[in-house]
Ligand binder design. Structure first.
Ligand SMILES: Cc1cc2nc3c(=O)[nH]c(=O)nc-3n(C[C@H](O)[C@H](O)[C@H](O)COP(=O)(O)O)c2cc1C
Length: 181
């Protein structure tokens, strides 16, 4: 069965290496891939006052609908100063006030990459521990360091390639498990 996967590069950069990695990873599966561009979900900076005055923007509901409609989610995070990019954080702040179960218990493969040697590991560790508290079923995760040396239309480094394959196979089993539930 073909799965519906959301591929999210958690960056608003037009040349995002994380979006490239997320979309590439999603295309390794027998899947219909929804390549999410965070620029399509730009909203005012979240505040409780703004929510009380103007309500929740319809773009937040559109993003939520994408989560509801998919079978699994692959996110690759850009790390900005050790944390989520402002673009990603603002979207999840708005979506999180629609319903408590932000990620809808969908199977997730979380990744991060950067040009540096840590590859966004600090943020990935934060997301892996935090997402389960927000309805995310994080089945596996993978960090790709030194993106420009390790990736060119696929993972070039053999050890990192094996690590990705191990992570993706755990995620795939979770997707298949959903079918038999
Ligand atoms: C404001 C800013 C903060 C950054 N902070 C970090 C960081 O904390 N850790 C890191 O590994 N890279 C950091 N970087 C470098 C990014 O990893 C790099 O720009 C990468 O390409 C971002 O991924 P993207 O292309 O998917 O947006 C930062 C870049 C910017 C512009």
């Amino acid at each position: 069965m073909t799965h519906k996967l959301l591929a999210i590069g958690a960056s608003s950069s037009r040349k995002s290496i994380n979006r490239a990695l997320a979309v590439w990873a999603a295309n390794q599966f027998d899947a219909q891939v929804d390549d999410v561009d965070l620029n399509d979900f730009e909203m005012p900076i979240y505040s409780e006052d703004r929510q009380a005055e103007s309500g929740i923007p319809s773009l937040a509901q559109d993003f939520k609908n994408k989560i509801k409609a998919c079978d699994g989610i692959i996110i690759s995070f850009a790390e900005h100063n050790g944390s989520y990019t402002a673009a990603f954080k603002n979207i999840i702040d708005w979506v999180s006030v629609i319903e408590k179960d932000l990620w809808e218990q969908k199977p997730m493969l979380l990744m991060a990459t950067s040009p540096g040697k840590r590859g966004g590991k600090t943020l990935l560790e934060l997301a892996v521990s935090d997402f389960p508290h927000r309805g995310g079923k994080v089945h596996s995760h993978f960090v790709l360091p030194s993106f420009y040396a390790t990736f060119d239309r696929g993972i070039k480094d053999p050890v990192l390639k094996m690590e990705f394959e191990a992570a993706s196979s755990v995620f795939e089993k979770a997707l298949i498990g959903m079918e038999t539930d």
